[in-house]
Every structure is written in C-alpha cells, then in structure tokens.
Design a protein around this ligand. Structure first.
Ligand code: AMP
Length: 544
C-alpha cells in the first residue's frame, strides 16, 4: 500500500476551544447560575478563563491521566472544567448527582478521582459521602468568595483561578489519550465506565454537526437540558465550539416555566433533552398558548419520542422535532431523525410516522442486526434483532472492567447495544424496545414502546409506561401504568377502546392502572426497573 503524504496532527479537545475563542470569539454563552441571576460572556472570554483554570489545575498537582470529577449543573464553570481538565491531559469525570449513594461511592473509588469540583447545591451530598471517597485529595466549590460555604479545607473555584495566567500553550499528546469518563446509569449491577478519548470526542463532534446541521452555526443557539453530567450533554460543548453555536445553560432550573422563560429571554433557537423534560415545557406552552419566541427545533432523545408529542410540537407550535437515538457507550449519537426532501413533502401524518422512528445512522456509525444465534439479519424493515454498532466514537470496552468488556463486544468487535430494532433498506432505524423491556407473551414479543405510543394518543394521558407482569400460561402479560393529564379523567374503558383500534388482540394490556406519577431514573427517563419493583406484588386481573 502506498502511504498518503498528508500531515498527521493529533485531534485534541484543546484545539476546539482555541478555535472557538479565536474564530467565534464574540459569540455569547449564557448561564443561569446556581447563585441566582444570569451570567454572560463570550467564547473568547471563556477561552481565557479555561486557560486560567488549566494553569490552576497544574499548580494543584493534577497530572496527565488523573481523573478529576465534576458534580454540577449545566453552567459556564462546568463548561470550563470540561476543556481545562481534558486540555492538560487529565480526564474529566462527570458524575450524575441523581445516582444512588452506593453507586456514587462505587464510581468515585473505581475511577480513583483525585479532585472533585461541585456546585454548592451538592454540598449536603458531598458532606454525606466524603468519608467514603478515599482517593479525593481536593474538594473545590464552583462558586466565588462571596458565596463560599464555611467548610474548613474547601477550595473556592474563583479564588483558585484568579491569580493564574490566562495564557497557555496546551500540551500535545497522542489523540488516543483518555479525555472524559462517564459511567452508565447501571440498571443492573455496578455502573460501567465509558472512557472517551480526544480522538473519539473530536470525531463525534464532527459527526454530530454534519448530521444535525440545521441546529448549529454562528447566530444559532442551543439550550441543553440534557445535562453535562450525562454523556457530555450529547457532545454539545464540543459541537457548539466547532460551529460557533451559542450555548444557553439552564443551571438547576429545569421545570417547564423556568425553561420557557430562559428560552424566551435568550431567544434559544433549539433545545435538546429527554421526553420527560418536554412534557413540562409543553404544559407551559399550552398554558401560554404559544412557544418561546425564536424556538425552531427540539432534539428529543434518550427514550422514544411519543408520536403525540411530535405532533403537538410541530402542528400546534411550529417547532421542528428531531429524534435522536444513541447511548453512553456511543458518545452518544447513533441515529438522527431528519427527513430527506421527498419525505418533507409527505402529508403531516406520514411525516410524523417517520419522525417517530429513531432516524438514520450518522456518518461514522455502522449498524448490524443479529438474531439470537448471532446470525446477521437483513435490513428490510421486517426482521428485528439485537442491534450491534461499530465506529470510532463507540467504546472498545469498559474502564477497568474486563468482565463487562468481554460481554459487550461480539467476536468481530461490534458493540451490543441491548436494544432490539429493525432497519429499513433506506437506513431508517426503528427501536422496537430495550431487550429487558420487551414483554414476552406466549412465544411472541410485545414492544412496550408500541403500546405506549398507541396509548399516548389519548389526550387525557400525561405519560404512561408498559411493563411485563409474570403470567403462568403466557410467561408475561403487558400492563399499562398511566398518569392522567391535569384536569382530565380518562377511564380504563376509553383507553382499552383506543388501544383495541390500534393493536392486535394479543398485544392489548391486561390492565390499565392509573398512578400519580411514574418513577424517573438518574438520567431523567422513566425507570421501568423501578416500576417493575413497585408492581412486584401486583396480580393480573385473570389471576386474582
Ligand atoms: P443511556 O446510555 O443512558 O443514554 O441510554 C441508552 C439507551 O436509551 C439506548 O440503548 C436505548 O434503549 C434508549 N434510547 C436512547 N434514545 C432513544 C430513542 N430515541 N428511542 C428509543 N430508545 C432510546
């Protein structure tokens, strides 16, 4: 093979912020702060503070490869930590504050974090768990002197960076070096660490901006509701820097009215998050009878976007919905549901049908479906099987976890997602279900997502989830657990009638149970595991 004669510069995260600071220096970044009030600055000011922070980290003794943890909302200091930590060759370990104390203790010790930067909101949590976190040497409160809690030994972010130089020449190292660490929410067993490299992060940012191009660009802004502590806010800190997109960080205020207010104030052109977040925002939009001024798109990912949600955003408010599918292990983007020109011309209902699917793979991600014996299945939109993925922004294993690594990859090095899916000849992916959430009934599989989608067409439902309940004859039968919309009073009979018109007989839930709320897991999605636990003693109607 004849070698190409091109330069080979390492793809490093520090280059992204240097680029944004120079080329998009005047583009604003906005944060709703933990202390109260709004903070504004530009990419160029951010770049200077990132250099100060990087110099301060080096002065603290943080070395390349060290894991530095963050426990924080979406805000400008968290953004600065992302770049400063990775920039000096250390690893930014974002921790999800919604984890259980046991998981929290496990991952800090497993990651061997040497320092923890946290928003003052989380001081009680830090106080409670500190004694169990052996490796942490430095605790830093992400605030200024005026808001410092009175805790002996606690360092102050602003005091730390204040004397440091705002000039830095970033170290150069191999692009394969680790840059960031994020643990899965661990629905079974201990959480597992996805260890992103500089190369995977930069490539993922390029993949994102090439496949969701309508969202990015100087003059556009995105409000990430998806947290910086969950898969790098779907890569937004990096993809925004490459494109000069303004970020609007919501801080701790994630309820519908607060999000509406901030979007409107800052004229957010887009916003990204999981479906549960949009329920709050849509309720506020309904109350006001309009969308926040300037809002053009929402990206819905993390779990299936219900069809009625897509319809409401698009038909009633003129907000374009893009569905995204991916996972922590994929950095996270796998597929994106933008439509091709001919599909945009379809009538509204057909467009919604397509948008309710998970979309087409982004460049850089390959998809493979296999049956239970590991045989490859056709991409004909009929065969469904476990979805495997391959690409440069997908994990090649889990951090310090050989057992989980060997279970995750097949013999050809593809990563098993644990999702059951179909792929159409035109590349459109449909996630049928999580393997664990499928309901096995009499030798057939029932997709909980399909039943939920059908039920959500009832205007009297605010949310719902389907779980499988053990049955001696059928193995399992589906049960629909539903939350009523405010002021509505749907009956079981109405829901049954609606589902009867949309599903096959054997797919119909055996029962409809109304509850006040559904359990929400650490990443903001409905937790079916917790729901199943809640219904352990529940008896199906025909077994009572
Ligand atoms: P996480 O790693 O916590 O982000 O979760 C990843 C899992 O969320 C995937 O394996 C899917 O089961 C689910 N998921 C993510 N996006 C979607 C989507 N658009 N539709 C259906 N399920 C999704």
């Amino acid at each position: 093979m004849l070698a190409g004669m091109m330069m080979n510069r390492p793809l490093l995260i520090s280059n992204l912020i240097d680029f944004a600071g120079e080329v998009y220096g005047t583009i604003p970044m906005v944060s709703q702060t933990v202390e109260g009030g709004i903070h504004r600055y530009t990419y160029s000011e951010s770049r200077k503070r990132i250099a100060k922070l990087a110099n301060a980290l080096i002065a603290m003794g943080i070395k390349p490869g060290d894991r530095v943890a963050t426990l924080a909302w979406n805000g400008y200091r968290h953004f600065e930590l992302y770049y400063a930590i990775s920039g000096i060759g250390a690893v930014c370990h974002t921790i999800n504050p919604r984890l259980s104390p046991e998981q929290f203790i496990y991952i800090v010790n497993h990651a061997e974090d040497t320092a923890l930067f946290f928003d003052t909101t989380f001081l009680p949590l830090v106080d409670k768990l500190k004694a169990h976190w052996k490796p942490i040497k430095h605790y830093v409160a992400m605030t200024d002197k005026a808001h410092m809690p009175d805790v002996p030994g606690l360092l102050c972010y602003e005091t730390l960076i204040e004397p440091a130089s705002d000039q830095i020449v970033w170290p150069e190292f191999a692009e394969t070096a680790a840059a960031a660490l994020c643990y899965t929410s661990g629905t079974t067993g201990d959480p597992k660490g996805a260890l992103y490299s500089h190369r995977s992060t930069v490539l993922h940012a390029l993949y994102s901006v090439s496949s969701i191009n309508m969202a990015f660009g100087a003059g556009r802004s995105i409000l990430p509701v998806v947290p910086l502590f969950h898969v790098n806010a779907w890569g937004l800190p990096y993809s925004s820097a490459i494109t000069g997109t303004s970020l609007i960080f919501p801080g701790p205020r994630l309820d519908g009215p607060s999000l509406f207010e901030l979007m409107e104030l800052e004229h957010a052109s887009g916003s990204w998050g999981v479906p549960t977040v949009w329920m709050g925002l849509l309720a506020e939009m309904k109350k006001r009878g309009r969308k926040p001024v300037g809002l053009k798109h929402v990206l819905i990912g993390g779990s299936a976007a219900p069809k009625p949600m897509i319809e409401t955003f698009e038909k009633e408010y003129g907000v374009t919905v893009i569905q995204g599918w991916g996972m922590t292990e994929m950095s996270p983007l796998g597929t994106v549901g933008h439509l091709l020109p001919a599909e945009e011309d379809l009538d509204f209902n057909d467009r919604v049908e397509l948008k309710a699917k998970q979309g087409r793979r982004v460049y850089g991600v390959e998809l493979k479906l296999v049956d239970e014996e590991g045989n490859k299945l056709p991409h004909d939109d009929i065969a469904s099987g476990e979805l495997f993925v391959r690409g440069n922004a997908i994990v090649s294993g889990y951090f310090k976890n050989e057992g989980a690594t060997s279970r995750a990859l097949d013999k050809d090095g593809w990563f098993g997602t644990g999702d059951v899916a179909r792929v159409a000849p035109n590349g459109m992916l449909t996630i049928v279900d999580r393997t664990k959430d499928l309901v096995k009934s009499g030798g057939e599989w029932i997709s909980s997502i399909d039943v939920e989608n059908a039920a959500m067409a009832h205007p009297g439902l605010a949310n719902c989830a389907v779980i499988g309940i053990p049955h001696p004859k059928w193995t399992e039968r589906p049960v629909l657990v539903a939350v009523k919309a405010p002021g509505a009073n749907p009956t079981k009979e109405e829901i049954d009638k609606l589902l009867d018109s949309k599903l096959a007989k054997w797919q119909l839930p055996d029962d409809v149970i109304f509850v006040e709320s559904l359990p929400i897991g650490p990443t903001g999605k409905v937790s079916k595991r917790d729901l199943r636990t809640k219904f352990t003693d529940y008896k199906l109607p025909d077994l009572k």
